[in-house]
Design a protein around this ligand. Sequence first.
Ligand SMILES: *Cc1c(COP(=O)(O)O)cnc(C)c1O
Length: 393
Amino acid sequence: MRHYFLGAAANYSRKQRLLHTFTIGRKKDCSALKDFLLKKYSGNEVFLTKNGRSALALALKANFDKGDGIIVNGFTCYAVYEAIRAAGMVPIFTDIDKSSLNFNNETLSMILATACPSDNSPQATQVKSSNSVECFTAKAIPKGIIIQNSFGNAVDIEAIERLTKKYGLTIIEDLAHSAGVKYADGREVGTVGAATMLSFGKDKAIDTISGGAVVFRHPCKNKVEAPSKIPKLSDHLRARFYPLFGAISRGLSYVYLGGVWMRMLIKMRWVEKSADNKLDLERKISKFEAKLALKQLKNLKKAGEGKIREFYLVNNREELLAKLKKAGYYFDGFWYEKPVSPERYYKRVHFPEEACPTAVEISKKIINFPTYYKKQDLKKAYEILKDYEESFK
Ligand SMILES: *Cc1c(COP(=O)(O)O)cnc(C)c1O
């Protein structure tokens, strides 16, 4: 088999592909999705959006003011950074741990003690007087925190809530990776914060190629307008035909033309790389995507545990990638080759590398497999991986 890693939608069965291409969405499908989300996440309002980043920007605008600091996972995608900036806030990147790829009690305490001027506890004073302070100059007071649950690994929510209470932070939950997952205390992700954001983009926990939603769970500080414009035709068509284009690419890869085909589609803008999908607060979701997203949300339980990627830390990644490619496993564009991915946007972020050493290290070593394949299909890949894997525990 070849071309494993064009993403979930490029590997749809024929039936799924036909369903995706020909599903007709109606207004009532949007209403049904809204009702479902309101109930599932006990919200008082919900907006359906063009993509996840737009939903996240709306969640932030509604809950924070311009210039507020927002704590964000030190290992994330450009879309998250883009949403924070578009909403007018300042990202405060926080380092992660190697086992969950999430920030934790320690890394958060460190950032908060340094960034909050009012904290005069002995611990904070010690951190502030140490030389490492220079590393944490985000120059904004933290008011909010985005919980990402990287790849479906839930954060230690109780520890985080203790800190958010102490420092008066508002929680926003980002379910792009983790819809359906439960925290250790039994609560489901999305039922904790002031707002919950979902992405229905390519390879997310719910994947209809594009689309997103924000559920407001608490009364909002600021008023935000619901998206009111219908999607652009070009965006609609791109979302419609992606699974079909992906299947053609997979077929062509047997005669070594899959890559050429995909590059051509991207050049003609018939396919858009996920990172390039524009943030737009005014556009609504495509109705057919609302219909498909609802169906996937209802099936979340059946899918079982909601990990979207299985990650490994490796040495000599370039060599490993080349070997995998030779065996027909295409890892091109695998997730997170920088603390904030993709690499081509990394410079714009001005990422504080000194403050997030683990995120930097991980981004050099990580490789990750999608979870929608059977272990059997990936058997050879695992065998190749074995020689490169780094043990870290
Ligand atoms: C992809 C992603 C988003 C944004 O979703 P889009 O639908 O692509 O805009 C937000 N947060 C995380 C963690 C993501 O991986």
